[in-house]
Design a protein around this ligand. Structure first.
Ligand SMILES: [Fe+2]
Ligand SMILES: [Fe+2]
Length: 219
């Protein structure tokens, strides 16, 4: 946990202090095979997207740590299910769906993990239309961090080579997310993510999470 918070703090100071680092980290954070690198990728993407949304430093730390830890519950799922090539059976998928709660159980006794980071761990498979898991909550019932995590998790998984599928090009993934997965993500937030990954118009104003989205307090 100490190493994680050190990594996040270092990453934040690099990102916030240096625009070149900002763009090169975005380039580095793509294809991978392992859960570990998936978690690192999603953490970096979360930090960059958070910076794009003008999150404050403590919010960036929460999102960076949360993304780094979001799939830690997969440690509790049998390896033959986690690493299975091809599609999962119904039974295997039921086992896999336990990983958000398992992750929360692993982490919630550790006082160093902030509650906002835990929101990412428990909510990163919740869909905007309520069709996700583990709770099937929907819309703004899902914390902003959970909604961001859902988008980044899917984006990184589909742009990476997985046990069940080849890596897809970023543009094709964004098209797939926008056109064929309409219920998974809030439309406004997905649009913002697509804008964030695209070429920038320097005349456009910086984004602000305060004006674009409500930032609900944690219950
Ligand atoms: Fe997951
Ligand atoms: Fe994931």
């Amino acid at each position: 946990m100490e190493r994680i918070s050190g990594w996040v703090t270092n990453t934040i100071s690099h990102i916030v202090g240096d625009e070149n680092t900002f763009s090169s980290l975005l380039g580095v954070s793509s294809h991978t095979y392992q859960i570990y690198t998936h978690c690192v990728n999603t953490s970096v993407l979360g930090l960059l997207f958070g910076k794009h949304l003008s999150f404050k430093e403590d919010e960036l730390a929460r999102i960076g740590s949360g993304m780094l830890l979001h799939d830690i519950g997969k440690l509790a799922i049998p390896l033959n299910v986690v690493n299975k090539p091809g599609h999962l059976t119904g039974e295997e998928f039921t086992a896999m769906k336990k990983h958000p709660k398992a992750g929360l159980e692993i982490l919630e006794h550790r006082s160093s993990v902030n509650v906002l980071s835990l929101e990412i761990v428990i909510q990163h498979h919740e869909n905007y239309d309520g069709s996700g898991y583990p709770y099937g909550i929907k819309g703004e019932e899902i914390h902003l961090f959970g909604r961001i995590a859902r988008i980044i998790d899917v984006y990184d998984a589909m742009t990476s080579k997985r046990t069940c599928a080849e890596a897809m090009r970023p543009f094709a993934v964004l098209a797939e997310m926008k056109n064929n997965m309409p219920g998974c993500f809030g439309e406004k937030l997905l649009r913002e993510f697509i804008y964030f990954l695209g070429p920038k118009d320097p005349r456009r104003k910086r984004r602000s999470a305060d004006t674009l989205y409500s930032f609900p307090s944690v219950k």
